[in-house]
Every structure is written in structure tokens, then in C-alpha cells.
Ligand binder design. Structure first.
Ligand code: AHR
Length: 311
């Protein structure tokens, strides 16, 4: 589903209007919906022509979208890679066509760093570490004693946030909780509510003694909550829940006591991306890595923060 927009907005500065091709992952989560909205609004505000595509979480769709942007000779290409590997060929085509590429939100693995000019987004390894540190606090607050049996709902297999959120969490777990914490089940729920619901139901069947859920995003936690309740257990009490993102529905669940802690991941990358696009288009040297800043939230902050949440 390809679409163009912004052709009716003014050029904003009298200069030649910038055309940006943006290849989005999909619309798998509340986070992604907010991210798409931010990119579209910011492109409009900047007066760029935006060519936008939704890859429905399939790498081959994203590759064809990028190819079509190259064929259309856009000025800059930005994309949020579904998975980390397999981009070199298409990015070489962009380089040959002299179209600069910006990675947004997610990183790639490549042996050729010249294939993209900048990467703007969160530090997912740190988010994983923060989730583990948050779990320490949650367990303490709940007065939890004894073994911590963790179920992990992973994001899309092969995606940077899934790999890195697992890695950062494990790092803290191995270093500080080797004897008392154990991930007893871990599987992908593809960052979707339906995935979280389905996988959590299976987890509860195979491991009814799980007492913690670490979900790589709020949507999967929200889906899992449905299965926990269906199994006659109380989310946030019988099973303590920590997730990542900070979307509104996540905050609502947290203010109801069903999620215990959320590590924020900011999807509102649009305005910063548009500034970067301008600089890159003007041939300026830009920072290779731009990290977004985020917060951590526990239940006591949820109600207060809810009205001010922007996504
Ligand atoms: O890449 C960011 C992740 O992708 C978000 O945390 C998740 O909700 C989304 O689908």
C-alpha cells in the first residue's frame, strides 16, 4: 500500500521542494501508529513531498518500496528496517543512485557503513537493561520472595528491538540475579496484541507457575493480560508485568494496576527526522547516531502521567 502526500503543501522556503521516501515497517502496534503519524505530520509541516509505504512487517515489501523510491529519484530515503540483516544489495543500489539513506528507529547489520548516513532512534539494549532494573523495583514493591519465573514475549524475530531488548535484560539478569531469576519461556509475539494474547495463553498452559512477564512492547503485554485474566489470574499481582513503549493503552492498564512498570520508547521521531533530512539534502555532515531520550514509569506515576501522554 503505497501512497504519496504533501504535494499540495508549500515549499516553505522558496527552494526546491524535498521529496522523501519513507518505508515503514507496518502498523503492528500503537507505537508504530504514533510513529507513522509523527512522520507524516512532520513532513507536511516541513513542506516536503512524502512518499510513504507500509511493508506490513515483510522485508520483501520494504525492499520493493525502497527500489521504487530509487526509481522515482526521491531526494532522501528513510526507513525503519523490519529486521537487521539483508539490506546491503538494495542500499548499494541507493548509493549508486546517489540517494542518501537514513535509518529511523531500528538499526541494521552491515559490513559497509557507507550504506547509510545516520541512524536516529532509541537505544534498545539500554531499554532491556532498564526493564531489568525496573523489575527489581517491581519485585521489591510487591514484596516478592522466592524464585522469579519469567516469561518473555519477544518482538519480531530478527528485529533490532527484539534482539537488543532481550540482550540488555539478560545482561543485568546474568550479572546480578543469576541465582534467583530465570526466563522459563521465551517466544515471539511479533509485537502485536493478537500475538501476545496467543503466545501468553500457550505459556500459561506449559508453565502455570510463571510469576513475571517481560514483554518487549505494550501491545503484546495488553494481549497477554487478556489471556492471564482468562486463566483466572490477576495481571499485575499474580503475574507481575514489565513492558516497553509507553503507549496510552499501556498507561491505562498501568493505572488500573495491570502492568507494573513501563520503559518508555519514544515514537515521535518525525520532527527530528525532517531536520536531519534537510541537512542531508543540503550535503551537510550529520551525526552518525542520534539517540532519543526516554523515561521509566512505575504504577504510582501512571495516573498522573496519563493525561499528558502524547501517543
Ligand atoms: O522498533 C520499535 C518497536 O516496534 C516498538 O517498541 C514496537 O511497539 C514496535 O512495533
Amino acid at each position: 500500500d503505497d501512497s504519496s502526500s504533501g504535494s499540495d503543501s508549500s515549499s516553505g522556503g522558496g527552494g526546491k521542494k524535498i521529496t522523501l521516501g519513507f518505508a515503514q515497517v507496518g502498523s503492528e502496534s500503537g507505537w508504530r501508529t504514533a510513529n507513522t503519524k509523527s512522520v507524516k505530520e512532520a513532513a507536511k509541516d516541513a513542506g516536503y513531498t512524502l512518499k510513504f509505504s507500509d511493508a506490513q512487517q515483510k522485508q520483501e515489501n520494504q525492499i520493493s518500496a525502497i527500489r521504487s523510491y530509487i526509481a522515482q529519484k526521491v531526494n532522501v530515503i528513510a526507513f525503519s528496517p523490519v529486521v537487521v540483516t539483508g539490506w546491503d544489495a538494495v542500499l548499494k543500489e541507493a548509493k549508486t543512485a546517489k540517494i542518501p539513506v537514513i535509518l529511523t528507529d531500528r538499526s541494521i547489520e552491515t559490513s559497509d557503513d557507507s550504506l547509510y548516513v545516520s541512524f536516529i532512534g532509541s537505544d534498545f539494549i539500554d531499554e532491556g537493561r532498564r526493564a531489568a532494573k525496573m523489575l527489581e523495583k517491581v519485585l521489591e514493591k510487591a514484596g516478592h520472595k522466592g524464585a522469579v519465573k519469567i516469561a518473555q514475549l519477544e518482538g519480531t524475530t530478527g528485529a533490532a528491538p527484539a534482539i537488543e531488548r532481550a540482550k540488555g535484560f539478560k545482561e543485568i539478569m546474568d550479572a546480578e540475579h543469576k541465582d534467583d531469576w530465570k526466563v522459563v519461556v521465551s517466544q515471539t509475539g511479533d509485537f502485536t496484541r493478537a500475538g501476545g494474547k496467543q503466545v501468553m495463553a500457550a505459556f500459561l498452559q506449559s508453565n502455570p507457575d510463571i510469576n513475571v512477564l517481560y514483554a518487549h512492547n505494550d501491545d503484546m503485554a495488553l494481549g497477554a493480560i487478556q489471556s492471564i485474566e482468562a486463566a483466572g489470574k490477576k495481571p499485575g499481582k499474580d503475574i507481575l508485568i514489565v513492558s516497553v513503549d509507553g503507549v496510552k493503552d499501556g498507561f491505562v492498564a498501568m493505572s488500573e494496576g495491570k502492568i507494573n512498570g513501563i520503559v518508555e520508547c519514544n515514537p515521535l521521531l518525525g520532527p527530528q527526522l525532517m531536520e536531519l533530512v534537510k541537512k542531508v539534502n543540503d550535503g551537510e555532515t550529520v551525526e552518525r547516531r542520534i539517540k532519543t531520550k526516554e523515561g521509566d514509569f512505575l504504577q504510582e506515576q501512571a495516573k498522573e502521567a496519563l493525561p499528558t501522554r502524547k501517543y
